[in-house]
Design a protein around this ligand. Structure first.
Ligand SMILES: [Fe+2]
Length: 286
C-alpha cells in the first residue's frame, strides 16, 4: 500500500469507528437509579418506585425493537407507577398505531400514565392521545388523578407541552393538602414556575435528550427551547425535586453521543433532617 492509500484507509477506518460508536450509543440502554429524599415521607410510601420513560420518537431513527427492549427493562423493575413523558411519534403520527400495542406490555401496580410532548403536538395530539388510551395508557392533559397507596394518597398531575395550553391549577385540581404530589411535563424548564407554586414535590420531564450529541462546549447550542436550563439529570429547585430523563429515542439525526438512552428508576426515600442536599443532585446548568 502506498502512503496515500494508507492515509485514506486510516481515515476510512477512523470514520467507520466513529460512525459505529455513535450508532452504538443510540442503542445502549442505561438504567438511571434516582433516590428522591422527601422530608416527612410516610412509612407506607417509602420505596415507592416510579419508572419514567420518555422521548420515544418512533421512526425513522428509533426502531420499535429497541423500544420493546426498554419496555421489558421497565417491567422487570416491578414498578408501582410508570410515567411516559411524551414525544411518542417523530416523522408521522401513524407511528402511534405501531407503538400503542407495544406500550400495552407495560404494567405497574398503580397504572401507566402519559403526557404529550412537543413532537406529538406538531403531528396530531388528538391522534396520539387516542392511540395511547386505546392501549391502556391514561393521558393526563392538564388534569390529575389521586392514587390510593395503602392508606396514603398520591396526586399525579400532567401538564400539556408548551406547544399546547398549559394549566397548573387544572393539573392540580382535586389534590388534597398533604398529598404527595408528582407532576409530569414534557419540558423541564417549566420547573422554575412549578417550584415557585410550591405544591409539587417531584417533577418528571424529558425533552432535551441530554443534548443527544453531547460534545462539551457545543451541546448547549443543540438544546431545544424549554429544555436548556435543566437538560438532564436531577435538580433541587427550592423544595421541588426535578428529574430530566435523556429519553430513549433520537430525532433529527440517527446518533447519540455521550447521552445514552435512559430508563429512569425513581425511588422515594425519607429525608434525613440533617441532610438537606442529596449527593445525587446535578448542578442547575450544564
Ligand atoms: Fe424528544
Amino acid at each position: 500500500m502506498n502512503r496515500r492509500g494508507f492515509v485514506t484507509g486510516g481515515a476510512a477506518l477512523a470514520f467507520g469507528g466513529l460512525y459505529a460508536g455513535l450508532c452504538f450509543e443510540g442503542n445502549r440502554l442505561v438504567r438511571e437509579q434516582v433516590r428522591v429524599p422527601i422530608l416527612g415521607l410516610p412509612e407506607g410510601l417509602e420505596h415507592f418506585k416510579i419508572v419514567a420513560l420518555s422521548d420515544f420518537h418512533l421512526h425513522p431513527f428509533t426502531q420499535l425493537e429497541f423500544l420493546r427492549k426498554a419496555f421489558r427493562a421497565a417491567r422487570a423493575l416491578n414498578p408501582d407507577l410508570i410515567v411516559l413523558l411524551g414525544d411518542f411519534v417523530d416523522a408521522t403520527v401513524d407511528a402511534i398505531d405501531e407503538l400503542g400495542p407495544a406500550l400495552s406490555d407495560l404494567n405497574a401496580r398503580h397504572g401507566v400514565f402519559a403526557v404529550l410532548g412537543n413532537h406529538d403536538f406538531r403531528k396530531g395530539p388528538a391522534i396520539v392521545e387516542r392511540g395511547l388510551v386505546r392501549h391502556g395508557v391514561e393521558v393526563l392533559r392538564n388534569r390529575g388523578v389521586g392514587l390510593s397507596v395503602g392508606k396514603h394518597s398520591v396526586w399525579l398531575g400532567g401538564l400539556d407541552s408548551y406547544l399546547g395550553e398549559q394549566s397548573l391549577p387544572a393539573a392540580l385540581s382535586g389534590r388534597k393538602d398533604g398529598d404527595l404530589t408528582l407532576l409530569m411535563c414534557h419540558e423541564p424548564d417549566i420547573a422554575d414556575e412549578i417550584a415557585e407554586d410550591g405544591r409539587v414535590h417531584i417533577q418528571l420531564s424529558g425533552h432535551s435528550h441530554g443534548g443527544q450529541i453531547n460534545i462539551p462546549g457545543l451541546v448547549e447550542s443543540g438544546l431545544p427551547p424549554m429544555g436548556r436550563k435543566y437538560a438532564f439529570g436531577s435538580y433541587a429547585i427550592k423544595d421541588l425535586f426535578l428529574h430530566t430523563s435523556r429519553g430513549l429515542g433520537m430525532t433529527t439525526v440517527p446518533f447519540r453521543f455521550r447521552s445514552a438512552p435512559e430508563v429512569s428508576e425513581i425511588l422515594l426515600v425519607r429525608k434525613d433532617r440533617e441532610n438537606t442536599v442529596s449527593p445525587l443532585l446535578n448542578k442547575a446548568s450544564i
